[in-house]
Design a protein around this ligand. Structure first.
Ligand code: SF4
Length: 433
């Protein structure tokens, strides 16, 4: 907090111009909390008027918007725009089951792709479509007030909005620019990034993954490759430039892509250094600083204790998410995952041991769910949660297979596993950038 106060922030300023109410440098909360309403975090700009309300980051990029009309699905709901230009509908209001199924008060529903089993598609609603369709004209009208701003801060803000343009019609350009900055793609964020509302800077320290499983829709199909310290530092500098002043609002870093724990300790140490010195995540006005990464059965069993000590002592809260998928050999075969149940069990036991002995380290596990999967697969997950006394220390995510249509049956399975297992488990949402 001290570092934040020393920064040269602009002053809070409220202006009314041509039907727009512009509030600059608003202050939100400074640590992510589990709240039943949509709080804003860090420092941001807000504009309301002409039927829409929108939030902008400190570089004047649009980051969220909603309609303020009576037919908007719920006053707490927002459409958020990821750094890579993807639209995600954050449903807070209309889904009472969200806290028990997702362990959050909101459900993020991506406009494209993902494994969402949300009971409806919010992007198909006419009020949501209308808000998206009217956004470009709304941004043009906002940009047009520049000449009439008497305060330099509001003039600078409106000029920034005009410079960035409309993220809906420019989505492809935005995506291309972001992939160039990140020097790769982010096919999925770890589910634990929900603890920072999926706001994590992607620092890719490796490409691909070790297994390329048949069922997986987020694999990159490239062979596992570790990036060099020079590549990681260059990437961190381009990310620093991309996020600009808004970097101060980012306290989470995702070390990607799909199996960062398989990297050497030297590479991981270099990434922690880049997150600290170049991205300055520990100086964010939002605390605490956090690192997220994926791991596999092989990388979690193969990593030495010293690597977990390094993460635990890094000054970051570290979240590692391991793809176990199943303890059942025929199911692993059906998923075309090239590991056996004994290896999965060994990795799960290693995680439990690490969870008991390392501070600042949370290791979660994923299991796959789908209609028609073996009953034994489900029994083994339930047994793991209920009979292993330490299993409660490992948060578990249940990941619906992409394209799953039998939502009713899937939800019954989730409820059953939640009831039978004493450990915590919730639904996994595929969110990309
Ligand atoms: S499930 Fe994990 S290990 Fe398997 S292909 Fe997907 S990203 Fe790779």
């Amino acid at each position: 907090m001290a570092a934040f106060q020393e920064r040269p922030w602009g002053r809070e300023l409220d202006t009314r111009l041509d039907g727009f109410s512009i509030s600059l440098y608003r202050k939100g909360l400074f640590s992510y909390e589990k709240l039943s309403y949509p709080a804003e975090y860090g420092i941001y700009h807000e504009v309301a008027g002409m039927g829409l309300r929108a939030l902008f980051d400190l570089e004047c990029r649009l980051k969220a918007f909603k309609a303020e009309t009576s037919d908007w699905p719920h006053p707490h709901d927002w459409i958020r725009i990821t750094s890579g230009g993807e639209l995600v509908y954050y449903s807070y209001g209309g889904y009472a089951d969200a806290p028990s199924l997702y362990c959050e008060y909101y459900v993020p529903v991506p406009a494209r792709g993902g494994n969402s089993i949300f009971p409806e598609n919010p992007f198909a609603k006419s009020s949501v479509r209308h808000a998206i369709d009217s956004l470009p004209a709304w941004l043009r009208a906002l940009a047009a007030v520049e000449a009439r701003c008497d305060q330099p801060e509001s003039r600078e803000f409106v000029a920034g909005v005009r410079k960035h343009g409309d993220p809906i019609n420019n989505a492809h350009k935005l995506k291309a620019r972001f992939s160039k900055t990140a020097r790769g793609t982010v096919p999925v964020l770890p589910p634990d990034t929900r603890h920072v509302n999926y706001n994590a800077i992607p620092l890719l320290i490796q490409d691909g993954c070790l297994y390329n499983c048949g069922f997986c829709t987020v694999k990159t199909s490239s062979l596992f490759r570790e990036r060099s310290p020079v590549e990681i530092a260059r990437q961190a500098f381009s990310l620093r430039e991309f996020f600009g002043k808004d970097l101060a609002n980012w306290n989470g870093v995702f070390l990607g892509q799909n199996d960062a724990l398989a990297c050497s300790p030297v590479t991981i140490e270099c990434a922690i250094e880049a997150a600290t010195r170049i991205l300055e995540v520990k100086q964010s006005c939002i605390t605490p600083p956090s690192i997220f990464m994926f791991a596999s059965v092989k990388s979690v069993t193969g990593a030495r204790d010293a690597l977990f000590d390094l993460l635990s002592d890094s000054g970051f809260r570290c979240f590692i998410n391991v793809g176990f998928e199943s303890f059942h050999d025929p199911t692993l075969k059906q998923l075309q995952k090239p590991v056996d149940a004994g290896q999965v069990r060994e990795a799960a036991e290693r995680v439990l041991e690490l969870s008991c002995t390392r501070k600042n380290l949370t290791i979660s596990g994923n299991f796959v769910l789908g209609t028609g999967m073996s009953e034994r697969h489900l029994e083994l997950i339930a047994d793991f949660m209920s009979t292993d006394s330490e299993a409660g220390k490992m948060p578990l995510y249940l990941s619906p297979l992409v394209g799953e249509r039998n939502i009713g049956s899937l939800l019954r399975t989730v409820r059953r596993l939640q009831k039978e297992g004493s450990g915590r488990c919730c639904l996994y949402q595929i969110i990309t950038l």
